[in-house]
Design a protein around this ligand. Structure first.
Ligand code: F6P
Length: 346
C-alpha cells in the first residue's frame, strides 16, 4: 500500500476582459496547452471576463478544446467590461467576496487575467484580496504600462495600414484630402505606426498638440509643390468636439479654411476583428506559455511583459492606473519629421 500523499493536480483559471482584440485565442491556447501538457494542470475558462468570475460561469478547457483556435479572432470564452471593484449600486459591494468564494470553491491555484489597463487594475485588487493572479497585457491600443508591446497592436496596425494604402488611390485620382481615423483610446500608437507604414502626410496623435492652422498650411504647401492630395491619419483621442468624430471635425475644419475637397473614413471595429497577424500569434503564445510557467513557479501578483524582446514580469501594483503613451521624441516620430511628415504642431 502506498502511504505517500497523492499530490493534488493544480487547477487554474483564465479570463479575457475589456475590448476584444486579435490574439486572445492564441493566448488562451498558449496558457492552456502549456498548463496541461507541460505541468499536468487542469484549466477552466471564465465566461465574459470578470462577469463569469462573479457568477461562477465557466467552461472546462481540455487540450482538444484548444486546438484550431490559434488563428481565430475574438475570444472563445467571451469578454466584458465588468469592473467588480467599481461600486455603482449596493449589490456591487458583494462582488469581490463572491469572486473570492468562487475562486476557492473551484479549487483554483491561480488565475490568468488577460486584458488592458482596466483589467490589470482589477487584477491587482484581486491579488490584494489574496488570489494568485497573473496579468497578461493585450489591447490594440498598445498603451499598457510596463511592457514594450501588447498583442492585438500588430494586427490593428496591419489592418489600418491596408486601409490607408487603399485611400491613396482616391486621394490621388480626385486630388482630395483623405482623412482616416484610427482607434487607440488616449494613445497614438496605432496612428503613428499605421500612419508611417501607410505613408501618411499628416499624422495627428493625442500626445502631440496640433494646430489647425499648421494642418491647413501643410495641405496648402503640398498643393503648391504639385502634390494636390494629402493623407491625414488621425488618432481617435486627439482634442476635438465630442459631438462628432475626430475625422469629421478635421474634414469640416479643413474645408472651411482651404479650397479642397476632403473626405473622412472612420475605421472603427474592423481594427479589432479577425485573425491575428503572425507577430501577434507569436507574442500571445509566448505570453501564454510564460504565464503558465509563472503559475507553476508560484510567481504571482505579476503581469507578464516584454522588454527588449525578452519575457519578464512586472509587479501588478506598478501597472494599474498608468498609461504608456507615445513620447513626442519617439524615434519613429523623429524619423517621420526628418522625412517631412507633419505632426500638426507648430
Ligand atoms: O481599448 C480598445 C478600444 O478598441 C479603443 O481603441 C476604443 O476606444 C475602445 O476600445 C472602444 O471600446 P468599446 O468596445 O467599449 O466600444
Amino acid at each position: 500500500m502506498n502511504f505517500m500523499k497523492q499530490k493534488r493536480i493544480k487547477r487554474i483559471g483564465i479570463l479575457t476582459a475589456g475590448g476584444d482584440c486579435p490574439g486572445l485565442n492564441a493566448a488562451i491556447r498558449g496558457v492552456g496547452k502549456t498548463a496541461i501538457v507541460q505541468y499536468g494542470m487542469e484549466v477552466i475558462g471564465f465566461s465574459s471576463g470578470y462577469t463569469g468570475l462573479i457568477h461562477k460561469q465557466y467552461v472546462e478547457l481540455k487540450e482538444k478544446d484548444l486546438s484550431g483556435i490559434l488563428t481565430v479572432g475574438g475570444t472563445i470564452i467571451g469578454t466584458s467590461r465588468e469592473k467588480p471593484f467599481k461600486i455603482v449600486t449596493e449589490d456591487d459591494n458583494d462582488k469581490p467576496d463572491l469572486i473570492k468564494r468562487n475562486y476557492h470553491e473551484l479549487g483554483l491555484d491561480g488565475l490568468v487575467c488577460v486584458g488592458g489597463n482596466g483589467t490589470m487594475k482589477t487584477a491587482h485588487l484581486l491579488s490584494n484580496i489574496g488570489l494568485n493572479i497573473i496579468g497578461m497585457p493585450k489591447t490594440i491600443d498598445n498603451d499598457v504600462w510596463g511592457t514594450d508591446l501588447t498583442f492585438g497592436f500588430d494586427s490593428a496596425v496591419f489592418i489600418a495600414t491596408e486601409a490607408i494604402d487603399r485611400l491613396h488611390s482616391t486621394a490621388n485620382s480626385h486630388g482630395r484630402v483623405m482623412i482616416i481615423e484610427v482607434m487607440g483610446h488616449n494613445a497614438g500608437w496605432i496612428a503613428l505606426y499605421a500612419g508611417m507604414a501607410g505613408g501618411g502626410d499628416i499624422i495627428l496623435i493625442p500626445e502631440i498638440k496640433y494646430s489647425m492652422k499648421k494642418v491647413c498650411q501643410t495641405i496648402e504647401e503640398r498643393y503648391k509643390n504639385n502634390k494636390p492630395y494629402s493623407i491625414v491619419v488621425v488618432a481617435e483621442g486627439i482634442d476635438h468636439p465630442k459631438s462628432m468624430s475626430a475625422a469629421r471635425f478635421l474634414s469640416e475644419s479643413i474645408q472651411e479654411k482651404v479650397d479642397v475637397e476632403a473626405r473622412e473614413t472612420v475605421l472603427g471595429y474592423t481594427q479589432r476583428g479577425g485573425s491575428p497577424t503572425p507577430m501577434d500569434r507569436i507574442l500571445a503564445t509566448r505570453y501564454g506559455a510564460y504565464a503558465a510557467q509563472c503559475i507553476a513557479e508560484g510567481n504571482f501578483g505579476k503581469m507578464v511583459a516584454l522588454r527588449n524582446n525578452e519575457l519578464t514580469t512586472v509587479p501588478l501594483e506598478e501597472v494599474g492606473g498608468k498609461l504608456r503613451l507615445v513620447s513626442p521624441d519617439n524615434p519613429l516620430v523623429l524619423k517621420g519629421r526628418m522625412m517631412g511628415v507633419s505632426f500638426g504642431d507648430e
